[in-house]
Design a protein around this ligand. Structure first.
Ligand code: HSE
Length: 429
């Protein structure tokens, strides 16, 4: 049996989960990997800090390079988060001939191509299953059993924090702030939740998914995105009355050689499998030309689910040590040119529009006529009269191009009855 020594960079939420799984399930893991996997050193910010996990103090260090430069260590597991320091440590580890496992979507979405090349040059592995959708093994699935497919579409609920917040607002009538605080207490949200609630975290994950599925690198910064901070309980209620659930979706579709991608809060029809994905759960709905539709479902955040994916990668590395590595070496993305796949963010969509309108004769008719004049077809409309002067009027529109919608809305806002456009959301069709 091989001895495989692991250096852990970070003992936060995911670090603790990884440590627990590797120690609690060590017997099964060693049989399966034919290796004795030991955590030899752990990078922490304070060796003397009181911890809710029993870790021998003599393996803790505050110096990352004591781990990266240790010739006994075979695998570095980077669980620090953030971009710059993590990038530096991953690069240094690969260059010193160590395999790297990371859960860090920001670093992989930003520097993944360069780091993969460095790994190849140094004949080591860089695995990052935990970087997308925590415990769901979506990367391995797309790279191994599904690799014979041309992927047509991926739609993901890939952020547990926002899904938890939207579910609590919908099911328990909870205010946004209260639900966010609960998500943080449960350990789903990042230390600074901005990245979660503004859709940045989902955009990082979508960049990684597109790289694996379509072999094309789309900078997360250019992915059109909206977060959930402006979502109101009113919109969630209206959506529900129309037969939809509101979800933050990260999607990419390859239709006739054009790749369309987005991160948007979206109304998902109750009949769609993604509509029933609640709380911190994530899901990936995938269409492949051979396999057809598939859905992966599981916990996308949290200490143990994310640790589960990290440990899976450590075991893959352990199994390869001493072999020619070919079994799990991630393939280089197929070099699709921009001519082959036009990278485009905006496209046709169905929309949900909520207006605040004066409750007067002709108001609804005028708004509806303007949509018709702009060639936009209305699927459903609902007005909630509540005995006030101004009332919400909500439309679900059939597929339309965004510029057509914007032209119609510009005219509608000139209408004296229309006080404000309260929200514009996409509808999955
Ligand atoms: N903060 C992320 C989420 C988990 O809420 O899904 C790590 O990617």
């Amino acid at each position: 049996m091989k001895n495989v020594k692991v250096g852990l960079l970070g003992l936060g939420n995911v670090g603790k989960g990884t440590y627990k799984i590797l120690t609690q399930n060590s017997e099964k893991i060693s049989v399966f990997s034919n290796s004795k996997i030991d955590i030899a050193k752990i990078l922490v910010s304070d060796v003397n800090k009181k911890r809710d996990i029993d870790v021998p103090k003599d393996i803790l260090t505050t110096d990352a390079y004591q781990i990266i430069n240790d010739p006994q260590i075979d695998v570095i597991v980077e669980l620090l988060g953030g971009i710059d320091t993590a990038y530096e440590y991953i690069k240094a580890s690969l260059e010193s001939g160590k395999h790297v496992v990371t859960a860090n979507k920001a670093v992989i979405a930003t520097h993944g191509m360069e780091l993969m090349n460095i790994a190849k040059e140094n004949r080591v592995l860089l695995l990052h299953e935990a970087s997308v959708a925590g415990g769901i093994p979506i990367i391995t699935a797309m790279m191994k059993p599904l690799c014979g497919n041309e992927f047509q579409e991926i739609i993901g609920i890939v952020n547990g924090t926002t899904n938890y917040i939207l579910t609590q607002m919908s099911e328990n009538n909870m205010e946004y702030e209260v639900a966010l605080k609960q998500a943080q207490e449960k350990g789903f949200a990042e230390a600074d939740p901005t990245s979660d609630v503004e859709g940045e975290d989902a955009a990082y994950k979508l960049t990684i998914l597109m790289l694996i599925a379509f072999g094309v690198y789309v900078d997360p910064k250019i992915i059109p995105r909206e977060g959930i901070t402006k979502i109101s309980k009113e919109d969630i209620e209206f959506a529900s009355q129309f037969g939809y659930k509101l979800k933050l979706l990260a999607g990419a579709k390859n239709s006739s050689g054009r790749l369309k991608y987005y991160v948007y809060p979206t109304l998902v029809p109750d009949s769609h499998p993604l509509a029933s994905v609640n709380n911190e759960f994530n899901a990936l709905f995938i269409k492949g030309d051979a396999v057809g539709e598939l859905m992966f479902y599981g916990k996308g955040a949290g200490s143990m689910p994310t640790g589960s994916a990290v440990v899976g990668d450590v075991v893959s590395v352990a199994k390869c040590i001493g072999t020619d590595l070919l079994d799990v070496t991630p393939s280089q993305p197929y070099p699709i040119t921009e001519e082959e796949l036009e990278l485009t963010g905006e496209s046709k969509s169905m929309y949900y529009i909520n207006f605040l309108v004066g409750d007067e004769p002709g108001a609804l008719g005028k708004v509806s006529t303007t949509f018709g004049n702009h060639g936009i077809s209305i699927q459903s409309v609902m007005q909630r009269s509540r005995g006030l002067a101004d009332v919400p009027v909500v439309y679900i529109l059939h597929e339309t191009k965004r510029y057509q919608l914007d032209d119609a809305l510009a005219e509608i806002t000139q209408n004296k009855y229309v006080k404000e456009i309260t929200s514009i959301l996409r509808v999955l069709s």
